[in-house]
Design a protein around this ligand. Sequence first.
Ligand SMILES: [Cu+2]
Length: 304
Amino acid sequence: MLHRIGIPEGFGLVPILIGATAASLLAGNALAERLAVDLYVRPGTLATVDGTVLPTLCYAEQETGDAELPPPAFRLEAGDTWEVTLHNQDDTAHGIEVVGIGGSSSSVAPGSSELFVFDFPSSGTFLYRDPVAYPVNQGVGLAGIVEIADPGATHDADFTWLLMDHSEEWMNGVESGLSIDTAVYIPNYFTVNGLSGADTSGDPRAHITGRVGDQLLIRVANGGLRIHTLHFHGYHVDVMSRNGAELADPISKDTVPIPSGETAELMLTPHQGGIFPIHDHVVLSVAANGVYPLGMIVFTDIQE
Ligand SMILES: [Cu+2]
């Protein structure tokens, strides 16, 4: 359910904000029931694996300074309420939707701020994105993950993959104020948490580490516009939930399709140690501007 309360322009804080920062959300705050953040929609960049810097639109936590992909990931607990004050610093309308929860029918005019309130009655992995001018705004960077943890969960570690695809042509077009032909979308960069190729091994949220027998929960959200079908080498995973809904009978698979805008929670219980790749089954998506294997790929590093 979504509640939306308009607040006057320039009125950055409203009395119900509790002052929680994203850092405190990520650190986990078992007592919090209402978690408030400010997000600023503004131009930013994606630094790609081959040194290209692409123009994006970002949900940034800071009002000023450089804005970069990936967007912040937020973690709450089942039963919590997420209060987002969205400040639109861009020159076109923007909004924030949590797919399956609410927000899709609202937008924020340029230079204005609005409060969006999202209730999460149960645990799951959710995608937030800009529903305005769909799919263009989402396609140039306005998407991220909200993780709703189950306080009673017993897994040993968890990981988060925000999948994105990036069209240099769209990104340059939006930066230049051109109208985008949405019938033609040819992404040429593909990232996990804003990283690609071996760079994903430097991100402890992306790089899968653990021991044989551990229960390793992988939260996946596809913020891109293309389907991404993840192939696990060395292991099968149990698909525990999709789009925030638990599956009654988890399905064991080594290849898991994640359509655009959708999420899944995967449980990896390694039966063997080793370093194995996990990659998009579409070879183009494992490339960066055509160079393989600098695209959507992550690795496991499992100890015996
Ligand atoms: Cu493969």
